[in-house]
Design a protein around this ligand. Sequence first.
Ligand code: FAS
Ligand code: PHB
Length: 394
Amino acid sequence: MSELTLPDRVQVGIVGAGPAGLLLGLLLAEAGISCVMLERQSRAHVEGRIRAGVLEPGSVDLLARAGVAARLARESLRHAGAEIAFGERRLRLDFEQLTGQHVTVYGQTELTRDLIAAHLARESALFFEAPVEALHDLDAAHPQIECLWQGEQRRVVCDFIAGCDGYHGVARASIPAQARREFSTRYPAGWLGLLCDTPPVANELIYARHARGFALCSMRSPTRSRYYIEVAEDEAVSDWPESRFWEELARRLPAEVANALVTGPALEMSIAPLRSVVSEPLRHGRLLLAGDAAHIVPPTGAKGLNLALRDVARLASALQAFLRADHEAPLRDYSAAALAEVWQAVRFSWWFTHLTHRLAGDEFAARLQEAEFAQLCASRAAQQALAEQYVGLR
Ligand code: FAS
Ligand code: PHB
């Protein structure tokens, strides 16, 4: 591939090349809109991240329309349901029977690799190790991105800037404090995740609520498993030798499941904090936010990645309407329309986290969890409501 030249002028400057930035770049390029993607980390770092694992049907359709779902179609797993366990009591949610839909298990790691491969194949303006240091003139007709590229300070003049740089990026922070509001809550817990090349303990995901804390049995393939246990928010991976992880995971699962657990050496272990954050509005002048740059949800409901892809689909369509047809309404309405979906995902993730996690260990909360689970077991309508939100219909 020929050496890329950083452009001085594009229609859309994209900060960040995680799933949101990469997909936005593809959708805009497909629409004939010039853009540049500027990523702080190396390609290897971005492709090495272990994160989400479940895609909603809408996300799979979007990726197919973007032309990046060929490997996903071959290698992903179709899941018609998932299980919620409260101690030895187990409830299977039959997504197909309750909603007519299924979810797709395909690691975010693989999705990111597919998106990068698509950009490399079309020689997109995708620059790794090109940290964005500041955004300028966001209220002007041509905002500017200041970045570092090959040791030099560079400027890219844009018509619009898309902040797809995640929770710790510069885009959201570039909006003046008096022009934005942040709504947030912390959960007194984290998710300790372990990835290993062992066969998954079950054919579908198991979300387990236990007095000792939450556990999740997930997977990446028929030979690669992904497990999580809830840990206190001040704990570190170094507190958890692999043997301790496996013992604790088994204690939180139904006995039949625990007995079937196949352990193995960890390929990766990491702790993700649990928090909900929403920054409003998603637009300031000619800067628009999408994905984790705008909002964070606890991973319980498998919404983070899917919400990022929803934002991107909406933003790509709005930018195309304005830049190709001078149609302003979708761009004007982007923030309010995206936030309506964001808050539904935030609410579901908050609810599902409180249903299944120990958190502060409050006895009153534990009784509410029991009552909620009893309601779920007794009511098809309650199961349908959960399933619709999980597959992304609501
Ligand atoms: P990302 O954070 O993925 O990407 C932002 C990109 O911007 C990064 O590559 C970053 O390097 C880059 N960047 C930042 N600052 C920059 C700068 N100044 N200049 C240039 N580039 C810059 N979601 C789920 O659904 N299920 C899960 O199990 C799950 N687990 C997670 C575990 C962890 C540890 C984390 C952090 C998140 C997890 N998520 C999960 C949520 C996650 O999948 C996000 O929703 C998803 O990565 C969102 O994608 P982006 O919005 O592209 O943000
Ligand atoms: C994962 O496999 O990483 C995963 C699955 C479902 C979740 C969160 C994470 O809700």
